[in-house]
Design a protein around this ligand. Structure first.
Ligand SMILES: *Cc1c(COP(=O)(O)O)cnc(C)c1O
Length: 380
């Protein structure tokens, strides 16, 4: 069995150090926030390339606090990508603002800066690009539109730890950037965790207060806050893993290279090559069935079934664009609104990718994929 993500394989490589770090927290009696969280915040700031880091309990909480701290609320519109995990859009909704979707760039599958201007209204307050699958959105293009229209930028970097654009890291562009440390992410806690990063002292101060019941001094709740605190144990685990993140990202990239060559031979679309200064962090390795197939979703289902039978754990990220999700029906978007995101949703599937994946495993996945596509009558 080759899983989509192998968290146990990673655990085995760091077991003694990770267990010692976690045990030390258990023995310390300091369980919520604490010295490990504070140290992690400093170390993660160095990783991103500066800014204040606010550790929280989930990536979704980081997004929620980011929108609140930026003063985004009811009556405001936030432009984002329909091709993302639902949490990006839910966080906009939690803040009381209205998500406005703009279609993706077919080359990078991230928010297309060329389409943003047409969606800007007097109510637009911010742009929230998503670095999907670990590939950064075109931040030069997005920052230029944002500056021209006086809009804030909140990066959803939940999948993009260590990714770069123009030689700068995910999290170093926006007014605030948000990361998730869900166990399956490129940097994963041993439970739930997340963080926001900002170089704006006022936003940082607000997010620190909001994550802990709106307190800046004990007993005084300046703002209506939340319990979004990070556990000390997660800080300790993340510190052990952060030291390895660079090497793990390189391993993901090497695995992706091997997949590229095999998929090109199979005639399947795969992530387009990086531009200069771009570093794809390969949270997800995506491939596609041809949209020319008469029923691409059925062809994809057949391939996923064949892969599963061959012991290969494949997935989809994401089959239903957020504008077509039942929970956001009230936003009023119809099928056909965002053809590129919708085509992506119909045709995309994900292959196993994690730092510890071996060349033999990648070859086995590709062999199984060759059989699966052959069964579906896809010709090379
Ligand atoms: C995982 C993820 C989130 C949410 O993070 P959690 O830590 O699971 O709350 C938000 N946005 C994107 C794009 C994600 O992949």
């Amino acid at each position: 069995m080759i899983p989509l993500v192998d968290i146990k394989a990673q655990y085995a490589t760091i077991q003694p150090e990770l267990e010692a770090a976690v045990l030390a927290v258990l023995r310390s009696g300091q369980y919520v926030m604490g010295s490990e969280v504070a140290a992690f915040e400093t170390e993660f700031s160095n990783h991103v390339g500066g800014g204040e880091v606010i550790g929280v309990n989930t990536g979704t909480s980081a997004l929620h606090l980011a929108f609140l701290a930026a003063g985004i609320g009811p009556g405001d519109e936030v432009i984002t990508s329909p091709m993302t995990f639902v949490a990006t859009v839910s966080a906009i909704d939690y803040a009381g603002a209205t998500p406005v979707f703009v279609d993706i760039d077919p080359k990078t599958w991230t928010l297309d800066p060329a389409r943003i201007e047409a969606a800007i209204t007097p109510r637009t307050k911010a742009i929230a690009p998503v670095h999907l699958h670990g590939r950064m959105a075109d931040m030069d293009g997005i920052m230029a539109v944002a500056r021209a229209h006086g809009l804030l930028v909140i990066e959803d970097a939940a999948q993009a730890h260590g990714a770069e654009h123009g030689g700068r890291r995910a999290g170093a562009f926006g007014d605030i950037a948000c990361f998730s440390f869900y166990p399956g992410k490129n940097l994963g806690a041993v439970g739930e965790a997340g963080a926001a990063v900002t170089s704006n002292g006022e936003y940082a101060r607000k997010m620190r207060a909001l994550r802990d019941w709106g307190m800046e001094e004990k007993y005084v709740h300046l703002l209506k806050g939340y319990n979004y605190r990070m556990e000390n144990l997660q800080g300790a685990a993340l510190r052990v893993k952060l030291k390895r993140l660079e090497a793990w990202t390189d391993a993901r990239r090497a695995a992706a290279c091997r997949y590229h060559a095999r998929l090109d031979a199979l005639g399947l679309d795969r992530p387009t090559n990086e531009g200069t200064g771009e570093r794809h962090a390969f949270h997800i390795y995506a491939t596609f069935v041809p949209d020319s197939a008469s029923a691409p979703e059925a062809v994809r289902d057949g391939i996923l079934t064949s892969l599963r039978e061959a012991g290969v754990g494949a997935g989809m990220h994401y089959p239903i664009p957020v504008h077509l999700q039942p929970c956001f029906r009230a936003l009023g978007y119809r099928e056909g609104a965002f053809p590129i995101a919708e085509r992506f949703g119909r045709t995309q599937f994900s292959l196993p990718l994690f730092p510890e994946i071996t060349e033999e495993q990648i070859d086995a996945v590709c062999d199984a994929l060759a059989v699966a596509t052959g069964r579906q009558g896809l010709k090379r």
